[in-house]
Design a protein around this ligand. Structure first.
Ligand SMILES: [Zn+2]
Ligand SMILES: [Zn+2]
Length: 155
């Protein structure tokens, strides 16, 4: 929904449309222009996007598509991270000691590049149960990783 009834100009970040919105209660450029996506969000939810704390994400990636359904409010830091790394690799694991099933981000398992361990345990306690006197079997190591999948960080 483009608000073509209102004059479109570009203030602030030039990727985003700004419109004259005298009724907008949040920050206004030159006292009258605000980001169209902030305006649409406010009109639909009653919430004013908090400057430097929150941002509006454009779900389909088109920063000029300000249809309400294409907008999503995000904390500013999460929004930044989302654009750097929208998906993360998750590993489904079986604890080699107790057999419990659990999940962890790949960078926090033995599959991470810097990690020298042979397997990932469900807890420090389980890890502590397996030392040189009670070593992991090849089978336990092989069955540790069940699968690796991609998960969207933020939807
Ligand atoms: Zn975004
Ligand atoms: Zn365990």
């Amino acid at each position: 929904m483009a608000r073509d009834d209102l004059m479109v100009k570009y203030f602030g970040n030039k990727d985003y449309r700004t419109i004259i919105a005298l009724d907008y209660p949040g920050y206004k450029y030159k006292g009258r222009y605000c980001y169209e996506h902030h305006y649409i969000w406010w009109k639909n939810t009653g919430h004013v996007v908090r400057k430097n704390k929150e941002e509006i994400h454009h779900i389909n990636g088109d920063k000029k598509d300000n249809c309400f359904k294409n907008l999503k409010l995000m904390p500013k830091n999460k929004h930044f991270n989302y654009h750097i790394n929208p998906v993360s690799l998750i590993v489904k694991l079986r604890c080699p000691n107790c057999g419990k099933l659990f999940e962890k981000p790949k960078h926090r398992t033995h599959l991470a590049k810097s990690n020298k361990s042979k397997a990932t345990f469900c807890s420090r306690k389980c890890a502590g149960c397996r030392n040189q006197f009670n070593p992991l079997t090849q089978k336990e190591i092989e069955e540790n990783v069940i699968k690796i999948y991609k998960k969207k960080m933020y939807e």
